[in-house]
Write a protein that binds this ligand. Structure first.
Ligand SMILES: C[S@@+](CC[C@H](N)C(=O)[O-])C[C@H]1O[C@@H](n2cnc3c(N)ncnc32)[C@H](O)[C@@H]1O
Length: 277
């Protein structure tokens, strides 16, 4: 194994499905919007190192930030946030080496803490359309961070909801009064009113409950409410559920793009853009 392979983050095979879906969505979004929005911005709150190595193999794959930089119709600006020093350094090296022509800013920090700096990097004109990818390992994204980002701007989100990997696994701990993980993730304590029912929920019902709560909260801040089926569930090779990818937009068009992306990535077809996109 080379030095680079040793340094890169390891991901499971299932991550390839996430990358494929992200690529499909970004391709459709950037092609569909390039003539409608003069400025398109990509934000990656959990940016990673730019590439990763598939566990149990020597295959190196591009990850979210590099997938977005490589898109056919590039964004006008890229804002990356990465907390881990090693991943941050790897990403900076890769972007400077391969994408020096792109307009980018890479911030080293916890996205929940440096959100004002991230917002400060978004051009303030009214003709900016932003797409934000949120890809944590667990329930590490605070709803307040999403709320702040969404205030007064057109920004669509693709959010990895780590329901099976984290929420379901740690349900007993997270519903305790002295644990604020779900309060932060859902942006308040109102979910606690249903605590008695939550205790008796099976895994599926608990997942569904969290998606509904999350989508209700997005609705409260101006997003259209997607149905449970509008999220994409990613499973491990043994068919065990891992997480959901949930898309949120303030416009119907955004959901059209998301539906197309899910269709094309699932069918593993090369992308042919439907009429009008
Ligand atoms: C699941 S990985 C995803 C990486 C990348 N998006 C990809 O496509 O593979 C999550 C990344 O977020 C970083 N991270 C964890 N907590 C963070 C936080 N609070 N703010 C910013 N980055 C964080 C981790 O170091 C890791 O590189």
């Amino acid at each position: 194994m080379t030095k680079l392979q040793k340094e890169l983050p390891k991901v499971g095979r299932w991550a390839e499905e996430k990358y494929k879906l992200l690529k499909c969505y970004i391709d459709i979004f950037s092609t569909g919007m390039k003539n409608k929005w003069p400025q398109r911005v990509y934000i990656d709150l959990f940016a990673g190192a730019g590439s990763a190595i598939i566990r149990d193999s020597n295959t190196i794959v591009d990850t979210s930030s590099v997938i977005a930089l490589n898109v056919k119709n590039p964004f006008n600006k890229y804002i990356f946030c990465e907390k881990d020093n090693k991943n941050y350094t790897l990403l900076k090296k890769r972007v400077k080496r391969d994408f020096s022509q792109s307009n980018f800013k890479i911030i080293n920090g916890d996205c929940n803490e440096v959100i004002d700096e991230i917002i400060g990097e978004i051009p303030s004109d009214s003709n900016v359309l932003t797409f934000c990818f949120v890809d944590p390992f667990g329930l590490h994204i605070k709803f307040d961070t999403i709320r702040k980002l969404s205030q007064g701007r057109r920004i669509d989100f693709l959010i990895l909801l780590a329901l099976s990997m984290d929420a379901v696994r740690n349900k007993k701990l997270y519903i305790r009064e002295d644990n604020d993980t779900l309060d932060n993730f859902l942006g308040g304590k109102s979910w606690r009113a249903k605590k008695a029912a939550i205790k008796n929920m099976n895994r599926n019902d608990f997942r569904r409950f969290l998606i509904n709560e999350y989508s209700n909260n997005m609705y409260q801040i101006g997003y259209k409410k997607p149905s449970f089926g509008n999220t994409k569930e990613i499973k491990a090779s043994d068919n065990l559920p891992l997480y959901h990818l949930a898309f949120y937009s303030k416009s119907d068009r955004g959901y059209d793009f998301w539906r197309e992306a899910k269709k094309y990535s699932t069918n593993q077809l090369s992308i042919e853009f439907p009429n009008g996109l």
